[in-house]
Design a protein around this ligand. Sequence first.
Ligand SMILES: [Zn+2]
Ligand SMILES: [Zn+2]
Length: 676
Amino acid sequence: MASSSNQGNLHNSCNRYSDLQVDSTANNNDFTVECARDDEVENFIEGFDDSFSSSSGLWIPKVDDNKVKPYSGQIFRDIETCFKFYAEYGRQGGFDIRKSSQKVRDGIVVYKYFVCSKGGNHETSMSKESDSNSDLSLVSSTAGVDVRRRRRTVTKKCQCEAKVQLKYGGFNQYIISCFVEGHNHPLASTSGKQFLRINRTISSLQRRFILDAAKSNIGAHRAHSLYKSIAGSYTDIGATATDFQNWVRDIKLYIGKHDADMLLQKFQNKRETSDAGFSYEYETDSDGHLTRLFWADIPGRQSYEVFGDVVSFDATYRTNKYGMVFVPFIGVDNHWKSVTFASALLNHEDSTNFTWVCEMFLKVFQQAPKCIITDQCPAMKVAINKIFPNSIHRYCMWHIMQKFTAKVGPVFCAESGFMEKLNKFVWSSHLTISEFEQGWNSVLDEFGLSEHVWLNEMYLMRESWIPAFFRDKPMGALLRTTSRSESSNFFFNHFVQRGDTLSEFYICYESAIEKQIYENKKLNDGDRCIPKTITEKEIEKEAAQLYTRTMFYKVQKQIKASCFHISLAGQPIVADGVSTYIVRDKTYDEKYFEVQFSFLTNNVDCSCKLFTRVGYLCRHCFYCLGLWGVERIPHQYLCSRWMRNAEDRFCKSKFSDVMESTNVQNIRDMSKKIYW
Ligand SMILES: [Zn+2]
Ligand SMILES: [Zn+2]
């Protein structure tokens, strides 16, 4: 009894798995299987109704249509038809049924029993397996060995005698030889019938809904209540939250067994259908386990062509149940938003893995970034020095600044005024190296922290993170801000979960990237409107036409400041076609800056180095251009990466047409067909 029940469970699972691959074969026989059932459902089913017959002391099912009621002598062409017939009778009458024992002679089933699901004595049958009262079911352990796991379910079997006995009548006929109508337990009430197993099946539409919900990190329970709000009521769903949950569990088991293979298969398909635009590399260990995986999709590769001057990579995301490290390669797009170029999953954070991943990056993208931002990881430093020797490598300031409270003391940081004073020297891009060094040391002296071990460590590596050392480095300021790290952290943390399988992880990843691309397109679209200007200057009007809205506001701020906050300090010095101005800036504590302007070439260069660091002109340059009546931004200062529709206009990648036409849909259709 128990073993047949377990086989049933396993059989059920197998059917469900085959459904995953081809929706059209949706299995409608779920109710044939004796499954563990939640208590709330059982309680709900047992409503009192008028089916009780006082003469027999039994409950007699009432059906809407008497034609569905079996009778002795009724003939069927096969066992399955009879089973479906009896199941429909149960559905209308308010009870679940299951297949029971059979007798076989010469390969032909001569007797077959269908019984009420409450038939049989649970305790007796289970005693063969266990001395406990709980239901057991076959579940595959992670080691691939089938183990018996207990479910927290109370059995409701009560030796109900209701049944149909089917006898082989020759000539491919089966005859009901015995029909027991009465049940020794209450039957499901009208409202309780929705919880009968036969009424609880998950449609292919619901399966898709659950998967879509999972992509957005919505669990089975919430998916169920969301589905309810769409369907109208719980009755209309036709499945309980537990059914939703069980289905998710089943799919996880299925995925778990083939996880890495499935992902690699999917990658292979993507590469084939994208005309090699999708790129991936991987390695496995001697046991065939995935150890490293690197991939770059078409949008990422296109973005890199335009926005690849600065790349940050970050190994702070632990992900999936194998504990692999997720390493996204991120840059900044023309709207000052994060854009993902490529990603990797690594089994360890060591220099061998990081070196491999940098090699793969270079192999795919062909060109090293100008500037690379990482957190302080010595293993990464080794890899970057080796593979990108000419790139500027900088530690992420945000990661370091975040550690201050923990290293120096939260109360001290909050109350002493130490952080305010130190921040002035740490964050400023307008200080020279010696100004920073003097400032840092004086603040540490003032607060008695000159001997602080960690602070001294940070000071020793100052060349790797302090802005004063990067003030004249190309695009050196792009990825250092708090807001960027926070937003990319939020972006990935939202989608990267522990405990996920690789396939699930990738589904979430794809969905996150799709969102990123969508946001970029939305912002591109918004750029069709030209923002308002606030000065009368032609140069501002031109900027409004050229830059993306986000970048225009940054440039506008500089132009506005050039009109109101900058003044000349002394007469210009003119030599060899170059005028040198000293200007005073009210917004920076009346600080002085030196601007050189060549009226032959329209070259303009300011000692604040804003253009070098971020790719647009500073207020001091705009001021001097204004003095010369220059009404257009000299073309050499129009960085294509900040322009409207930068990617469409400046990306020459041959993948663009492939991507935009049919293949995206093909890839999606294909992946859904094959796996989901
Ligand atoms: Zn019964
Ligand atoms: Zn300047």
